[in-house]
Design a protein around this ligand. Structure first.
Ligand code: ZN
Ligand code: ZN
Length: 442
């Protein structure tokens, strides 16, 4: 209540002009009051966020298996009085918080899955979990920090639920499984969440998300408008030659020499054919398999690699050039080749207008010196699927201790990945303030 109520009461007696003027001024007062409420409530939330994060960190679950995490999330959201849907894309949880006044819909997303990594950080709540992964026993660790994403968003839900009368609009909380990808044949993650209606009833007008990152200090927030994270596609090339004696190469077709030429030929796509000043792109061959002894030229060689791009047109173009290069080189040797390109996540593109509009919010939350315009990064992210549906911004939140050398910090996915938990309150406040500012109008 407060200022807005007072303003409208006054205005009603003073005619339409005064009503509009008073209404606008009072609206601004409401916004400031809501922002102040976020900070007061977030401060109370901080120890809870850290406690949830430690609990989830100690009990990590691989993609599509996040049942314990999802149950914790759902129980919490229900206790806040939200409408909660569970079992979306297997373990996903979607909850809706209706504010006290009409307005737009903002979606906030956290991913819940851990990685098959054996933790090497000395913490009382370090993961000791082991599981089976692709036929091997592996450790399980929140080595990408998704435990912090879940905890921050649980905190944000509590902050906003407790001030819903002050919210002019609706907030959708999306806790999704399996961001890190799945074994062949399994479906999941953001794409599956969307297929199962995560963005329906109501459809969001905007989506925000954060990822903790070792390349920024705790307290810092990183943003980038436009293409931000790469599309990641995998390729498998099988070169078919004709097996022969190693001493008699003219009696066969050598797929090892042909595959070697293909490796080099593929690099000329990047170095000679792509317009490097437009967007960067990367093509790496990560494995070559063929043959089993010194004096046999084998029948086939398999190449496996990855392509990273920041533009959907260039992505499609490299796909064509790769196929053409492989076919041409194979033909020149009298060999044949099969090419299989397995599409990964699209380019993560932050809506440029929306990104520009939220920078003042980021600066207010983190402090001007702590908001960094950062470079593109070559990993990929399935948040990209949400940003294909509605304008969105994906941000990085620092978690490396402020006095530590960033260049030496263990990266995300490392068994030594370490989170300075003081960064989490900045991430949670960022999401809560973005929501409030978006609902009041950026
Ligand atoms: Zn990751
Ligand atoms: Zn991640």
């Amino acid at each position: 209540m407060g200022k807005r109520h007072f303003g409208w009461t006054l205005a009603l007696g003073a005619g339409v002009g005064a009503l509009l003027a008073s209404g606008t001024a009072a609206w601004a007062g409401d916004r400031e009051q809501a922002q102040a409420t976020v900070d007061t409530r977030a401060a109370v939330e901080q120890p809870k966020i850290i406690a949830w994060r430690r609990d989830i960190h100690e009990h990590p679950e691989l993609g599509n298996q996040e049942t314990r995490t999802a149950a914790l999330v759902a129980k919490h959201l229900k206790s806040l009085g939200l409408e909660v849907r569970t079992g979306v894309a297997k373990t996903g949880v979607v909850a809706v918080l209706k504010g006290g006044k009409p307005g737009p819909v903002v979606a906030l997303r956290a991913d819940m899955d851990a990685l098959p990594v054996t933790e090497q950080v000395d913490l009382p709540f370090a993961s000791k979990v082991k599981t089976q992964y692709e036929g091997h026993e592996v450790g399980v660790m929140h080595a990408c920090g998704h435990d912090t994403h879940v905890a921050m968003l649980m905190g944000v839900a509590e902050v906003l639920a407790g001030m819903k009368d002050q919210l002019p609009g609706t907030v959708k909380f999306i806790f999704q499984p399996a961001e890190e990808g799945l074994a062949k044949g399994e479906v999941g993650g953001a794409e599956q969440m969307l297929k199962e209606g995560a963005f329906e009833n109501p459809k969001p007008d905007a989506v925000f998300g954060v990822h903790v990152i070792s390349t920024l200090h705790a307290g810092d927030v990183g943003y980038r408008p436009g293409p931000f994270m790469a599309a990641a596609d995998e390729f498998v090339i099988t070169v078919h030659g004709r097996q022969s004696h190693g001493a008699l190469p003219w009696t066969g077709v050598d797929p090892i020499v042909t595959a070697s030429q293909i490796v080099l030929g593929l690099q000329t796509i990047e170095s000679r054919q792509m317009e490097v000043i437009k967007e960067p792109s990367i093509l790496s061959v990560g494995s070559i398999h063929g043959g089993n002894r010194n004096n046999i030229i084998p029948d086939t060689v398999t190449l496996n690699g990855t392509i990273r791009t920041f533009d959907e047109g260039m992505r499609a173009d490299i796909d064509k050039r790769l196929r053409r290069t492989v076919a041409g080189i194979a033909e020149s040797a009298g060999a044949t080749a099969d090419v299989d390109i397995i599409k990964g996540y699209p380019v993560t593109i932050n809506n440029p207008e929306l990104t520009a509009k939220i920078v003042p919010t980021l600066q207010r939350v983190a402090g001007k010196d702590h908001v960094k315009l950062i470079d593109k990064v070559t990993p990929s992210e399935d948040f990209s699927f949400y940003e294909q549906q509605v304008p969105g911004v994906y941000l990085f939140v620092g978690i490396t201790p402020p006095d530590a050398d960033l260049s030496k910090a263990a990266s995300n996915h490392s068994p030594k990945f370490f989170v300075d938990e003081s960064g989490l309150i900045v991430g949670a406040r960022t999401l809560a303030h973005l929501t409030v500012d978006y609902l009041y109008g950026l």
